[in-house]
Design a protein around this ligand. Sequence first.
Ligand code: TRP
Length: 337
Amino acid sequence: MKMSTQKIILTGDRPTGSLHLGHYVGSLKARVELQNQYKTYIIIADTQALTDNADNPDKVRKNVFEVALDYLSIDINPKVSTIFIQSLVPELAELTMYFLNLITLSRLERNPTVKDEMKQRGFGGNVPAGFLTYPVSQAADIVAFKADLVPVGEDQLPMIEQAVEIVRKFNKIYKPILIEPKALVSKTGRLPGIDGKAKMSKSLGNAIYLSDSADVVAKKVMAMYTDPNHIHVENQGRVEGNVVFAYLDAFDADKKTVEMLKKQYRKGGLGDVAIKKRLIEVLENFLAPIRKRRAEFTKNPKAIMKILEEGTKKARIVTSKTLGEVRKAMKLDYFNS
Ligand code: TRP
């Protein structure tokens, strides 16, 4: 029998809040597009979410469900994509333990994303050990599935880099059985927050959520940062750094018209309200069907939990197999060697 050569994707999110347009542009879109081509595994990383939410289990629990709803409403298809819950796949925790020996503390302290996050959270000298080491657990998430490709936002590149280093070390010391993963980063680039800050994030309060109502979306668009010097309609305006145009670039399929509007805005004679109105329409076209599917799925929470349960079962079949190989390579297969 011929072995399947279908390539594997593993990616996912921390269940610490609902997913927003930044997530969509950065990674969700690629998952939906690639799910029929790649064997796709999507991790709801509750264990990772607990690394800085140990005192808030209710928040994590609630958001496991919300994130699953977000996935289903954007058309991640559970018939082809396997969605699962990290904490219920104990092989990932086991692999994390082995991987922790293949990386140094100083290397962990150099991860720029983790450094930023530690600053943002104001840990000071009290960094939870689990938080500093979460990139190792993330490496285990990826490697346990022998994933080839990891569609993620830019901020996750340091995680993939660390995963590759760990894989190389493992393969060199034990046996070359693990796959070096590659990151897949969106060409559209990072979507700014509605306030013009470089990143859309829950903690900055500048995000548009996939689950936002039409009213909320309109209000957020009307409040968007544009060009502070573009005061009168006839003024020349800046397109670069203008959030409305960044979103039109990401979501408006009619590129020709967007280019025309940019030209007009630069020249003067095009008002902020006009471009915002267009963006509201574009976003509504995109979000309305998502909202509709969300409402459908919300009616049947049991079915969603069932999808997660089935997905988790499927995930464990794969991780159990990998861990069998890992234990053997590490000479830990005491009773079945
Ligand atoms: N760190 C990712 C985030 O912040 C979530 C995550 C956990 C992940 N494990 C992963 C992403 C494995 C890609 C691959 O959302």
